[in-house]
Ligand binder design. Structure first.
Ligand code: NAD
Ligand code: TYD
Length: 357
């Protein structure tokens, strides 16, 4: 007989944001059992969770959300009363070169989880309201803004990349399961995250790693595209608040009110790096290299997060300069984490440690 008050399934917990959410929940809720379901794709890394992996309320499950039979069995053998679904293919550039992987994981995988939650919860003796299916999504579903305006929860979906189209599709399916079957769902759409354990294919960790190794910093096009950056631990706190206090069936936008053009962001990063690496002022900026633009590159993302601030009392805690400096410090202190990724060593470790299902 389990002694835990609730069993929570977190998918994609070995990834960037997922690992921060798992860490927060494991530490903050010792009376919850946290199951981390992750396929350990190239983006999943159990080294992100070393500090909590031995906790009594944590269990890692290696598995693929695209495997519907496996997901049904997992829900039959464990009574989950909450699902926080982060597992996804997440990199826009990869979605341009290999869209099918995104459709399988982000769309088919999400439907497999919805089906399993539906069969488990609709036959449950507990009232449905005590269960919750929480889909973690992106502001990229709303498309691209011009120079002004913000994405609100009412903004019409207009995704442009295969990644954002797959996430838009999964958002629609989550809402369809609420409308059709009464599944208790909640969705949040967040802006770009940054911070520790960010996979070094995304702009900020890629730039930091290249700066450390004196390699070119690739800036797409003229660097004029704008993103709204949020420190990853602030996102994890928002997820905690929405999971516990968000209203059933609602959508919440999460963002930092922190817009930067890519080129201004890179210049700030270069300035911080000059200081941290004892380089002459302006030395790091010489690494900036303008490269071919991304196909269909969205110009601007900016989130209006007034709903979550007003209704749930969440707000971002870190100023960008402070968060970016913390992030550079983390990457400097944890170069072996990045080196294991760039050398591919972490993947070899998994092959040896875990038998594929
Ligand atoms: P990530 O790529 O770092 O991690 C994804 C995780 O999912 C990895 O651990 C991977 O192994 C796992 N995974 C992938 N396919 C799987 C499958 N078929 N079965 C089981 N596990 C699988 O991604 P992230 O940046 O941490 O993003 C997490 C979620 O948050 C995603 O749903 C993403 O769309 C969303 N999101 C990300 C951002 C951002 O800035 N990174 C912003 C808003 C929303
Ligand atoms: P990215 O981190 O891939 O996040 P997303 O595409 O989900 O917003 O990219 C952030 C911004 O940085 C985006 O406008 C593309 C740009 N970018 C570069 O200029 N150079 C790079 O090497 C990468 C990976 C991204």
């Amino acid at each position: 007989m389990s002694t835990f008050k609730r069993n929570i399934l977190i998918t994609g917990g070995a990834g960037f944001i997922g690992s921060h959410v798992v860490r927060l929940f494991v530490n903050k809720y010792p009376d919850y059992k946290i199951f981390n379901l992750d396929k350990l794709t190239y983006a999943g890394n159990l080294a992100n969770l070393r500090d909590i992996e031995k906790n009594a309320n944590y269990e890692f499950v290696k598995g693929d959300i695209v495997d519907g039979n496996f997901i049904q069995q997992l829900f039959s053998s464990n009574h989950f009363d909450g699902v926080i679904h982060l597992a996804a293919e997440s990199h826009v550039d990869r979605s341009i070169s290999n869209p099918m992987e995104f459709i399988m994981t982000n769309v088919v995988g999400t439907v497999n989880l919805l089906n399993a939650a539906k069969s488990s919860w609709l036959s449950d003796s507990q009232p449905l309201n005590s269960n919750r299916f929480y889909h973690i999504s992106t502001d990229e579903v709303y498309g691209s803004l011009g120079k002004s305006g913000f994405f609100t929860e009412e903004t019409k979906y207009d995704p442009h990349s295969p990644y954002s189209a797959s996430k838009a599709s999964s958002d629609h399916l989550v809402r369809a399961y609420a409308d059709t079957f009464g599944l208790p769902v909640v969705i949040s759409n967040c802006s770009n995250n940054y911070g520790p354990y960010h996979f070094p294919e995304k702009l900020i960790p890629l730039a930091i790693n290249n700066i450390i190794h004196n390699k070119p910093i690739p800036v797409y096009g003229k660097g004029e595209n704008i993103r709204d950056w949020l420190y990853v631990e602030d996102h994890a706190r928002a997820i905690d608040v929405i999971f516990h206090k968000g209203k059933k069936g609602e959508t919440y936008n999460i963002g930092g009110h922190n817009e930067w053009t890519n080129i201004d962001l890179i210049h700030l990063l270069c300035k911080i790096s000059d200081k941290k690496l004892n380089r002459e002022a302006g030395a790091t900026a010489k690494l900036i290299t303008f490269v071919k633009d991304r196909a269909g590159h969205d110009l601007r993302y900016a989130i209006d997060s007034s709903k979550i601030q007003r209704e749930l009392g969440w707000k971002p805690s870190l100023q960008f300069e402070e968060g970016l400096e913390k992030t550079v410090d983390w990457y400097l202190a944890n170069q072996s984490w990045t080196n294991n990724i760039t050398s591919g060593d972490y993947l070899k470790y998994y092959e040896a440690q875990y038998i594929h299902r």
